[in-house]
Design a protein around this ligand. Structure first.
Ligand code: HEM
Length: 229
């Protein structure tokens, strides 16, 4: 018998992500008489949610492998694809909000903020292309069409995708405290940088433990068979 939480996991994740996207759009606009400021708020929030969903989709595999007793394990694994596709959805909204804000001001703002900015945008574009490739090939049919080895090789690109996205956020994201866009006013804080770096370090640790075959079961904590990536 298939449990309801397994069957519903993807629908719940897609539903939750859609509600979050609407809530972000409403909260970005609320109390802002100026469309420009609303777009800045929206692009920042969509970017942060895209990164959070990307990290969640990456952490679920190693987490449930190292701690196999995690409740709702199979539902999480089944829902992982929906988490990744939602990350892509937030990412597209993030890019659309930026394109809208830059086109209504001056398209030259794509490069006038300087080399740091242009490098950050280029990294964002590379990350977006990779996320699109991962999203498009996330269906079971793609594994068959591409062949397991090729599919795995492509999907292992998440290992360099995360540092690319983090570097992108550091080089252009106002909330990461290093740089900010010409239309961003107000102080940055380093909270986002520290929080995302901590979660990324946690993911890396779990991925290493999984690769070395470490599992924490009810009876033991130790190395079993080397787990596949
Ligand atoms: C063509 C692709 C992309 C473009 C043009 C782009 C553009 C931008 C811009 C302009 C900012 C600065 C926002 C601000 O502080 O006002 C930004 C920040 C950010 N972007 Fe992107 N981005 C792209 C791809 C991505 C991807 C693929 C992700 C993640 C999955 C991402 C995640 C972030 C994050 C987390 C921030 C920091 C937001 C903040 O500081 O509040 N971006 N991006």
């Amino acid at each position: 018998m298939v449990l309801w939480n397994f069957r519903w996991s993807r629908k719940v994740i897609y539903g939750g992500a859609s509600v979050a996207a609407v809530a972000i759009s409403v909260s970005a606009k609320s109390g802002q008489p100026d469309v420009g400021q609303a777009l800045v708020n929206a692009r920042q929030l969509f970017g942060l949610w895209a990164l959070a969903f990307l990290l969640a989709s990456m952490i679920l595999g190693p987490l449930t492998s190292v701690f196999p007793w995690v409740p709702l394990r199979s539902s999480f694994m089944y829902g992982r694809r929906a988490v990744g596709v939602s990350a892509l959805g937030f990412c597209i909204l993030h890019v659309l909000a930026y394109c809208w804000s830059v086109l209504r001001r001056d398209w030259r703002e794509l490069f006038t903020p300087g080399a740091l900015w242009v490098t950050g945008l280029a990294l964002g574009l590379i990350a977006l292309i990779d996320m699109l490739a991962l999203g498009v090939t996330s269906r079971d049919a793609s594994v068959k069409a591409m062949g397991g080895r090729k599919w795995k090789k492509l999907h292992r690109s998440v290992y360099w995708l995360l540092p690319v996205v983090l570097l992108h956020a550091v080089l252009v994201g106002a909330d990461f405290g290093v740089n900010h866009g010409p239309d961003v006013h107000g102080e940055a804080d380093y909270g986002c940088l520290i929080a995302f770096l901590c979660v990324s370090a946690g993911w890396m640790l779990l991925a290493i433990l999984r690769r070395r075959g470490w599992r924490w079961t009810a009876t033991a904590w130790g190395r079993g068979q080397r787990a596949p990536l």
